[in-house]
Design a protein around this ligand. Structure first.
Ligand code: NI
Length: 176
């Protein structure tokens, strides 16, 4: 169990092609545990492997039920191995942030409802439907596996401004 460093934009590792997971072994389980540890540590609800510098088709998500004070009542951990979206329907505005794009929140468009398939940690295949925040989160995280970030949906001007600001942010925080 360990918290890994999050790869911060701009960084080529966030754009690199990802490989299919083929070994469903203890090493994969340990990697997934590190991803959950890192996601909770940095207060995220989803994390894709490229965000810790691992170019594999692997995503973890946890959108917990919380009370009005923000205390977690129940976790809903989800591990998506080799996930793929098979169906999209409708459009919604989605206000998003990303652990790899700190201090940035922007509204982008997402499909309202999706179907997606994935494998679990044992390699078993599943197909599910999602809407609301789950649908948005799955789309956001799967984008990471294709080297895409939510800020790619913004205009060039806005994206360049975010990039400049984060280059500065990385210098100030001595992030490589
Ligand atoms: Ni993200």
């Amino acid at each position: 169990m360990s918290v890994r460093d999050i790869v911060i934009f701009p960084d080529d590792r966030l754009r690199a092609p990802t490989k299919k997971v083929t070994e469903f072994d203890d090493q994969l389980k340990a990697l997934v545990q590190d991803m959950f540890d890192s996601m909770y540590y940095y207060d995220g609800i989803g994390l894709a492997a490229p965000q810790i510098g691992v170019s594999k088709r692997l995503v973890v998500i946890d959108i917990p039920d919380s009370d009005e004070q923000g205390n977690v009542l129940e976790h809903h951990q989800k591990v998506l191995v080799n996930p793929e979206i098979t169906f999209k329907e409708g459009l919604v505005d989605s206000s998003e942030g990303c652990l790899s794009v700190p201090e940035t929140n922007e509204t982008v468009q997402r499909a309202e409802r999706i179907k997606f398939k994935y494998q679990d940690l044992e390699g078993n295949e599943h197909e599910e439907e999602a809407d609301g925040l789950w649908a948005i989160c799955v789309q956001h995280e799967l984008d990471h596996l294709s080297g895409h970030l939510f800020i790619d949906y913004l205009g060039t001007f806005k994206r360049d401004r975010i990039k400049k600001r984060l280059v500065q942010f990385k210098k100030e925080h001595k992030i490589k």
